[in-house]
Write a protein that binds this ligand. Structure first.
Ligand code: NAD
Length: 509
């Protein structure tokens, strides 16, 4: 199914301009850095990319702002984030429109992404009164041993196109309450949403009396990101994107002994056991695999199904895949919007060619859509492919809607298949057998940072730590004690005894 006609680029440009105007953001037009829309694949505005002097100026300003911000009491820092959350509520619709224009998300998912920003602001405001250290029992009489947490410095945030605003907010809301300042290099594919977020935060800073330079924005491609990566003034580089990017960023930051927090690619799987509620599983699988046109880091890419139910489940999925409405993400009936670029579509087609050559059987989808109406855009039917084994292409992350379906006989075999990929982000099992669920969640089960039961791999909530192992980079953001990545701890020993007692019973002098 293809939903109704696409809007024109002129209409989308006018819509983006109106949203930016409502938010108060300005677009400096006429330069060489284009903002595009995947809805038509065409350019909307020319912007200006940051040059070397812009990076230098931003880092100097953010470092200077840090010196003030770090001594502002944390609950007062929370005031800034609370105000940001209010402004996000006020401009929810404008921001969601910009996410749809620039990342191609359907309206409901774009609104969901903005809701996630609001949720992390709430979370971070609470956190601003809970940056707890602890008191540790000292072995020495008359001594107090304590752990305290202090702001870290400038945080360089490098973000991906597919969550253009949420990932920024996970990092920024938490970093700000932790007393850090932020320099943000968004994806080159999503500069307009970045301009909007930066403006809202600047307004929140003006209104709450926070230093203007608590947040700086640098538009540009990876070269701008590389400058942040290499600059010793950036205490923490929080980089979200492909494993390729992480492999470049991680060693470069480590070479200057800086800190990095890496949130990289996934190759997420769900196991469907014979006892699974298949109605629920089908819903969970289709949202996780085809939602966001397969462009979530947590997108379901592999389905490991017990052989007793593999044929019937594949049949049901084939029927649903045949009816998924593909098209204009602003159309309320659309469930699958465009891929971000035609390059992404080429990579999807290439993966489908490879998996077929490996013996895979295409059960549904995979065809390009709307090529005549929008030749520069990349609409595709999500693809469902039955495979016998995990060949190289199955073990890679292709950032597009391809779901590979594999069979298994024993749970041990399913878990081994599940973990036999380089990535370790998200995972799930559909089962009504509690023992199976517990094995999957145990130390001998899923090796991912996220492991779910009877729900798909995508759609995490704020509050739980988000991130994964192996090629996913090991970072954790947005919940639990992920805030500790944005602070430095100090151990304090205070002697109030009047005598000098050395630890471990050492005597001296
Ligand atoms: P990408 O790696 O192409 O780019 C991500 C960002 O990194 C961009 O801002 C880019 O300019 C910058 N960059 C690229 N190379 C760099 C370098 N050498 N030094 C500094 N900066 C560099 O990723 P993308 O296509 O925008 O996003 C999709 C990828 O991101 C997928 O692999 C997806 O799984 C992953 N992702 C992961 C998470 C997570 O939380 N684990 C979240 C969203 C996306």
């Amino acid at each position: 199914m293809t939903s109704t006609a696409l809007p024109t680029t002129d209409e989308l440009r006018a819509r983006a301009r109106a949203c930016l105007r409502n938010i108060g953001a300005e677009v400096a037009e006429g330069e060489d850095f284009p903002a595009r829309t995947p809805i038509t694949g065409e350019p909307l505005f020319g912007l200006r990319a940051a040059g070397e002097t812009d990076v230098e100026e931003a880092l100097t300003a953010a470092r200077a702002a840090f010196l003030t911000w770090r001594t502002t009491p944390a609950p007062r820092r929370g005031d800034l984030v609370r105000r940001l959350g209010e402004l996000l509520r006020e401009h929810r619709s404008d921001l969601a429109d910009l996410v749809t224009v620039e990342a191609g998300k359907i309206r409901s998912e774009a609104l969901g992404e903005v809701q996630e920003m609001i949720d992390i602001c709430d979370f971070a405001v609470g956190l601003s009164r809970q940056l707890y250290g602890r008191t540790i029992a000292s072995e020495r009489p008359g001594h107090r041993l304590a752990e305290t947490w202090h702001p870290l410095g400038v945080v360089g945030v490098v973000s991906a196109f597919n969550f253009p605003v949420a990932v920024w907010s996970w990092n920024t809301a938490v970093a700000l309450v932790c007393g850090d300042t932020v320099v943000w290099k968004p994806s080159e594919l999503t500069p307009l949403t970045a301009l909007a977020c930066h403006r809202l935060l600047a307004r929140a800073a003006e209104e709450t009396g926070a230093p203007r330079d608590v947040h700086r924005l640098l538009l540009g491609d990876r070269a701008v990101g590389e400058r942040l990566v290499d600059d010793p003034r950036v205490a923490l580089v929080s980089a979200t994107g492909s494993t390729r990017m992480g492999r470049e960023v991680g060693p470069r930051v480590a070479a200057r002994l800086g800190r990095s927090l890496l949130e990289l690619g996934g190759n997420n799987a769900a196991i469907v056991a014979p006892s699974a509620d298949l109605d629920l599983a089908v819903q969970g699988i289709v949202f996780a695999a085809a939602g966001t046109a397969g462009q979530r880091c947590t997108t379901l890419r592999r389905l490991i199904v017990h052989r007793d139910i593999a044929d019937s489940l594949a049949e049901r999925l084939t029927t649903v895949y045949g009816k998924l409405p593909v098209g204009d993400p602003f159309d309320a009936t659309t469930l699958v919007g465009p891929l971000v670029t035609t390059g992404a579509l080429d990579r999807m087609q290439h993966a489908l060619t490879r998996v077929r050559a490996d013996g895979g059987e295409l059960l549904a989808g995979g065809n390009r859509r709307l090529a005549e109406a929008a030749p520069a855009a990349a609409y595709t039917e999500p693809a469902l492919v039955r495979v016998d084994e995990q060949t190289d292409v199955v073990r890679e992350e292709t950032f597009a809607p391809i779901l590979y379906v594999l069979g298994y006989d024993t749970l041990d075999e399913a878990i081994a298949l599940h973990n036999d990929v380089p990535q370790g982000l998200s995972s799930s099992i559909f089962t009504r057998d509690q023992r199976e669920a517990e094995v999957f969640l145990s130390a001998a089960g899923s090796d991912c940072g996220i492991a779910n039961v009877n729900i798909g791999t995508s759609g995490a909530e704020i509050g739980g730590a988000f991130g994964g192992e192996k090629d996913t980079g090991g970072g954790r953001e947005s919940g639990s004690d992920a805030w500790k990545s944005y602070m430095r701890s100090a151990t304090n020993t205070v002697n109030y005894s009047g005598e000098l007692t050395l630890a471990q019973g050492v005597s001296f002098l």
